[in-house]
Design a protein around this ligand. Structure first.
Ligand code: ZN
Length: 201
């Protein structure tokens, strides 16, 4: 009955602009006992399927297309039969990671994805990458921010296809508009809250 948020951490690498880094990624699974939505597809299909636990996967939502967030997306889609969803502005990054693999179905700002009676609302928050999105779940009091907002501030904007003023505008106009008590589930590292980060920026 109740919708819950489950979570795993996967370890692997992130590569862009000819450099490679070791990273730990959060993968988030939102759902009830029968169906769920998977947020991001980093590094390891078995690690993600363990969190899914045999439930139907209604959709695999990708916060953006950096390779550490989408590495196993095609394989996970094949294993679960679930559709992949990604903002179309991530086209250039998707092609870097998965050349020749068709773009996932398009996500758009304001789109709502429902699972177990809970709504996840897409917020287009460009800056870390052109088509980065966050997913806001009003009834759960949380937002999944990918690499747009972390505990301690905005996501990185030092590499190709990133823009610092754009991410700052996304965070101020879209994320800081959410209730301050909203829990922030990030793409890397620990949770925070909107109020904590708004006070610090
Ligand atoms: Zn990223």
């Amino acid at each position: 009955m109740g919708v819950r948020v489950d979570h795993a951490v996967t370890s692997g690498t992130f590569s862009l602009d000819g450099e490679t880094f070791d990273v730990d990624n959060n993968v988030w699974v939102v759902g009830d006992d029968s169906a769920c939505v998977v947020i991001d597809a980093p590094h390891s299909v078995p690690a993600i399927l363990e969190v899914v636990g045999g439930r139907e996967v209604a959709a695999i939502v990708l916060t953006h297309a950096h390779d550490d967030h989408v590495r196993v997306a095609p394989e996970l889609a094949e294993r679960t039969g679930a559709p992949l969803l990604l903002h179309p502005a991530e086209d250039v990054l998707w092609k870097l990671t998965h050349p020749g693999v068709p773009m996932p179905a398009p996500l758009s700002d304001g789109q709502e994805i429902t699972v177990g009676g809970t709504t996840l609302r897409v917020l287009h928050t460009p800056g870390h990458s052109p088509g980065a999105i966050c997913l806001y779940a009003p009834s759960l009091g949380c937002v999944f921010t990918g690499d747009t907002l972390f505990q301690g501030g905005p996501g990185a904007t030092g590499r190709s296809y990133s823009d610092r003023p754009t991410i700052e505008r996304s965070i101020r106009e879209r994320l800081f508009a959410l209730p301050p008590e909203t829990v922030v589930h990030t793409g890397h590292g620990p949770d925070t809250t909107i109020g904590t980060e708004a006070a610090a920026l």
